[in-house]
Write a protein that binds this ligand. Sequence first.
Ligand code: NCD
Ligand code: ZN
Length: 356
Amino acid sequence: MTALQTLTLTRPDDFHLHLRDGAALRDALPWTARQFARAIVMPNLKPPVVRLQQALDYRGRILAALPQDSDFTPLMTLYLTDDTTPEMVEEAWSSGAVHAFKLYPAGATTNSDSGVTELKRIYPALDAMQRVGMPLLIHGEVTDPDVDVFDREAVFIDRHLIALHRAFPGLKIVLEHITTAHAVAYVREASELDAQGVPLLAATLTAHHLLHNRNALFQGGMRPHYYCLPVLKRETHRQALLDAATSGDPRFFLGTDSAPHARNTKETACGCAGCFTAANALELYCAAFEQRGALHRLDDFASRFGAAFYGLPRNTGSVTLERTPWNVPEALPYADTDIVPLHAGELMEWRLRVAS
Ligand code: NCD
Ligand code: ZN
């Protein structure tokens, strides 16, 4: 059988993205806008996007930073804190501009200092979210320093998520950027589909967690560009993630977690967490799906299941990828310095065709 040479997808969406602000936003955003029609934009700015007005202002800055011919739509989120009230949830929901709230356990990752210190404190807000239908997006890692960094996701599920899901069985939840077989199993077992086949509990999967195990962090030396949170796990977990992504199960959909950090903040003694994948995201997902001979499943994963979960119309139009090997640049301009994309300098098999 001859290998597929082109792949056409309905215009996809990125359901987990960091865009930053200012000069970084200016340089990061066009990469996503050329690949995706919409993206769920994470609120972990400094200071975090906590109130509706901050999200509206941030959306304005994103729209202003778009290339002129782009029709990319940012889907805004708010950052949950101990002080988020039910009124803030209702106001955000009725604005139509806010599509989810993001839960960062305090201290779990980049810019999460204002995160939630104890889940019980946000129960009134979660109750309001359940009532109106606002999704809760979870960075599912415990922050307890006694828990091994590779176990933090599994321990979060056992210690917190199971109880939270039981307390709010009607709350829409996305367990973001899952990294373990444990998370895959939990999502499969705990999430029911509604009459339309839409799940209440779902998970996003990044391209880097589908393509790499934790060996990538130490291949011939320390590799800071593979360091992200949750950290890469062992190969058995990667295989479970690939199973989930390529299974055609609507509970698993695309979220890149592209998290730009300037090169000098990664290649340093205490480097930032985050992989920058926006510049070659679809190409990376193609490489992952092709490992399983499942390119025919990529359209649903990238362009259908996430939109259905969020109650968004499916995009019109399409993007095409070609089997045209190319080299990922060593670095790209970023906020007056540079940034290293994932797979920098390496050959990629698939390439997104640029609209002419
Ligand atoms: C993200 C970032 O840099 O904002 N980093 C990461 O490693 N994924 C934060 C996050 O999503 O955890
Ligand atoms: Zn993220």
